[in-house]
Design a protein around this ligand. Structure first.
Ligand SMILES: Nc1ncnc2c1ncn2[C@@H]1O[C@H](COP(=O)(O)OP(=O)(O)O)[C@@H](O)[C@H]1O
Ligand SMILES: [Mg+2]
Length: 229
């Protein structure tokens, strides 16, 4: 099996004043390339912390994390930035688009950071906006787009540098269920067509149906794993 994400006995504690909050208490998890994995669990159970550790945004207090063959914990900061730029696509609940940039420009930003020429960026942006169904919205500003459209731009932006992994934290949380469904259908299509591995968090069992596997967290531990719902 081709493992793309491997977490072994991952712990994370945050210091709050003098008290340590245990956000993760020994999580072990393997994700196979091409899989869609959904994380569920009550608020405060450690879902965001686990995503952030997989994405190299946060360091575990203890444990091992391998992402696409790289030991995330041991990477120096510049290699970690490079990894976040090229191996990970992040999508959040609030779309986090740059308000003064058009849809096209938002998708271009990570490409420019990765050093792509204007020409390369243009071809790619078009393809990406097309793949999320927004080819005709390239010149719109975020304020001129609906929530679902903004989130699809955010997905296109996350995929700007063809990352093997897409990470989503409650990406449908601000959308009505029909729009949320459409956004998840876009994610599932990208997984099918490009083989992008997806790890996402949701509260909504209907959104969990897009996953091949659902993992339940409670108090920083994995308590249950199910194959597709
Ligand atoms: N930066 C932080 N500083 C202190 N505590 C944090 C921080 N981030 C998360 N926590 C705590 O860690 C626990 C897990 O949080 P989180 O991963 O955000 O849970 P979830 O995403 O499942 O709601 C919570 O108790 C939360 O308060
Ligand atoms: Mg969270």
């Amino acid at each position: 099996m081709d493992t793309i994400v491997s977490c072994t006995n991952v712990h994370k504690s945050f210091l709050m004043g003098r008290e340590a909050v245990q956000a993760l208490r020994g999580v072990t998890l393997e994700v196979t390339r091409g899989e869609i994995v959904c994380l569920m669990g009550p608020s405060g159970s450690g879902k965001t912390t686990l995503l952030n550790i997989i994405g190299g945004l946060e360091e575990p207090s203890r444990g091992h994390v391998l992402v696409d063959g790289e030991n995330v914990v041991a990477l120096p900061e510049d290699a970690l930035s490079e990894m976040r730029l090229t191996k990970m696509g992040f999508v959040f609940q609030s779309y986090n688009l740059l308000a003064n940039f058009t849809a096209r420009e938002n998708v271009e930003v990570p490409m420019a950071l990765a050093g792509l020429s204007r020409r390369e960026r243009q071809d790619k942006v078009e393809r990406l906006l097309e793949s999320v169904g927004l080819a005709d919205r390239a010149r719109h500003y975020p304020s001129e787009l609906s929530g679902g459209q903004q989130q699809r731009v955010a997905i296109a932006r996350a995929l700007a540098n063809d990352p093997p992994i897409l990470i989503g934290d409650e990406i449908t949380g601000d959308l009505d269920s029909e729009t949320g469904f459409e956004v998840m259908e876009v994610v599932a299509k990208l997984n099918r067509e490009q083989g992008t591995t997806v790890v996402y968090v949701t509260h909504d069992p209907r959104m969990a149906k897009f996953a091949g596997r659902t993992i339940q967290l409670r108090d920083g531990c994995i308590v249950e794993e199910n194959a597709a719902l």
